[in-house]
Design a protein around this ligand. Structure first.
Ligand SMILES: Cc1cc2nc3c(=O)[nH]c(=O)nc-3n(C[C@H](O)[C@H](O)[C@H](O)COP(=O)(O)O)c2cc1C
Length: 397
C-alpha cells in the first residue's frame, strides 16, 4: 500500500473502536491515511485516537476549513474510500445519495472505489431496507465486506458483527491493486459520433454522445494506464489526464487512430463512425431551389477493420450497437474485423445512448461470452476493463 491514499470513514456503531486497530494496520502497511468521522462515531471513539494513529488531522465537519472545500479535496485525493464500520443509517444515506455531513459529501463526490463494512444488530442488517440499500451500492460498484456471525453487543449471537481486521485489510488491498492493474498499458480509445458535412450547416451524424468511451478512458486512467482518446464531436468533457484528440469526420478519426495505434497495447473502439459521407461537400449552403436531391453518398474508411488488419500484438476490442439479432451480428463483426473481443449493446428504442444506463455482453473467440449486466456507463466501464484484462492475460499466459 506504499504511498496509496486511503480514506477511512468511521460511523457511529459500537464497532467504531475496531476501526482504530484497522487504522493502525493500514498505516503499518504504508498507506497515507485520512480519517473522516461522523458526529455519532465520536460518541464511541475520540478523534484523538485516529489523529495519533494516522499522524494527520481527523476530519469531522463539512464546515471546517471551508476555503479548501474539504469534501472535494478529500474526494479527489483518495485512492480508495473504506467505511468501517458502516451503520445502517450511513448505508441508507449513501444509497439515496444524501449529502448532509462531511462523510456523505465525500462519498458522493469521489470517483475512488468504495469499500463498505456494515456492522449492526441482526434485525437491522436483515431488514429489507438495509438489504436493498446494500444491493444498490453493490450494483454501483461498491465492495461490500459482509459482516460475520458472532457475539454482538446486545449479548446475542447472530449476523452483523464487523468483518475481521484481516478480511477488511485484504478487501482494501484488493481494491487498491485492482485500481493499478493497467499500469504499463497504453490504451487507445475512440469515442463519440463522427460528423460528415454536406454543406457548411448540414451534416450526417448519429445519436452517440461518447459517454461510454469517456468512462472507459476515465477508468483506464484511474487504473494507471496512459490513455489516448480520439473523440468525435460531443459537448462532454474528456477526463483531464487523457491525451485527447478531437476530430470531426471518419477520415480524421482514421488518421488520428492510425498514428496512435503503433504505440498502443490495447485499443477499444466505441466511436459510432459514420459508414457513409456525402460524396460532395458543398462550399455554400445547398438551396431549396437547387434542382437535384443533394445527397449522394460514398463509403468512409472502416477504422476498426484497418486496426484489425494491422494489429501486430495490439489487443483490439470493438463495440457493436445492434438493434436485432445482436449476438449473431456482433460475432460476424468480431471475425470479419479480426477483433480480440467485441462488446455488444442493444440500441433498439434509443437504448444505450447518452447518460442513461447501459447493458453489455462481451463476446470473443468461437463461443466466448460474458454478460456484463446492466448498470451505469461508469460501472460497465469498470466491469469491461476487468473482463478485457482477464482475457488479455489468459491469451498471453
Ligand atoms: C449504543 C449504541 C450502539 C449503536 N450501534 C450501532 C451499530 O452497531 N450499527 C448501526 O448501524 N447503528 C448503531 N447505532 C445507531 C447509530 O448510532 C445511529 O443510527 C446514528 O444516527 C448513526 O449515525 P452515523 O451513521 O452518522 O454515524 C447505535 C446506537 C447506540 C446508542
Amino acid at each position: 500500500m506504499n504511498g496509496r491514499r486511503v480514506l477511512l470513514g468511521v460511523t457511529g456503531g459500537i464497532a467504531a473502536y475496531k476501526a482504530a486497530a484497522l487504522a493502525s494496520r493500514l498505516v503499518q502497511a504504508g498507506a497515507i491515511l485520512d480519517v473522516v468521522m461522523t458526529r455519532d462515531a465520536r460518541r464511541f471513539v475520540g478523534a484523538a485516537t485516529f489523529a495519533a494513529l494516522s499522524r494527520r488531522p481527523v476530519h469531522t465537519s463539512l464546515w471546517e476549513r471551508t476555503a479548501e472545500i474539504p469534501h472535494i479535496a478529500l474526494a479527489r485525493e483518495s485512492d480508495v474510500v473504506a467505511i468501517v464500520p458502516a451503520t445502517a443509517n450511513t448505508i441508507a444515506k449513501f444509497a439515496l445519495g444524501l449529502a448532509d455531513d462531511l462523510l456523505s459529501n465525500v462519498v458522493l463526490a469521489t470517483r475512488a472505489p468504495l469499500v463498505i463494512a456494515p456492522a449492526m444488530n441482526t434485525a437491522m442488517l436483515e431488514h429489507a431496507a438495509t438489504r436493498a440499500h446494500l444491493e444498490t451500492l453493490r450494483a454501483r460498484g461498491a465492495t461490500i465486506v459482509e459482516p460475520g456471525i458472532g457475539f454482538l453487543a446486545e449479548r446475542e449471537h447472530g449476523a452483523g458483527r464487523l468483518a475481521d481486521e484481516d478480511v477488511l485489510l485484504a478487501a482494501i488491498e484488493g481494491v487498491l491493486q485492482r485500481t493499478r492493474d493497467l499500469v504499463g498499458e497504453r490504451v487507445l480509445i475512440t469515442a463519440g459520433p463522427t460528423r460528415e458535412a454536406l454543406d457548411p450547416v448540414r451534416f450526417l451524424s448519429n445519436a452517440a454522445t461518447g459517454t461510454q468511451g469517456i468512462e472507459l478512458a476515465r477508468e483506464a486512467l484511474a487504473r494507471g494506464a496512459a490513455v489516448d482518446l480520439v473523440l468525435g464531436p460531443t459537448s462532454l468533457e474528456p477526463p483531464a489526464g487523457a491525451n485527447t484528440v478531437r476530430v470531426a469526420t471518419a477520415r480524421e478519426m482514421d488518421a488520428a487512430v492510425r498514428e496512435r495505434a503503433r504505440d498502443a497495447t490495447i485499443a477499444i473502439a466505441t466511436a459510432a463512425v459514420a459508414d457513409w459521407r456525402p460524396a460532395t461537400t458543398h462550399a455554400h449552403k445547398v438551396k431549396k431551389s437547387d434542382e437535384a436531391a443533394p445527397l449522394e453518398l460514398e463509403r468512409n474508411p472502416d477504422i476498426l477493420a484497418g486496426l484489425g488488419a494491422a494489429k501486430d500484438g495490439l489487443f483490439l476490442v470493438g463495440f457493436a450497437a445492434e438493434t436485432e439479432a445482436f449476438e449473431v451480428n456482433a460475432r460476424a463483426k468480431l471475425r470479419r474485423k479480426q477483433l480480440d473481443a467485441i462488446a455488444v449493446n442493444d440500441v433498439g428504442d434509443q437504448r444505450g445512448f447518452g447518460a442513461g444506463p447501459n447493458a453489455l455482453v462481451l463476446l470473443w473467440g468461437a463461443d466466448g461470452r460474458k454478460d456484463l449486466g446492466r448498470g451505469s456507463k461508469r460501472e460497465l466501464a469498470a466491469r469491461l476493463w476487468d473482463a478485457i484484462l482477464e482475457l488479455k492475460r489468459a491469451g498471453s499466459a
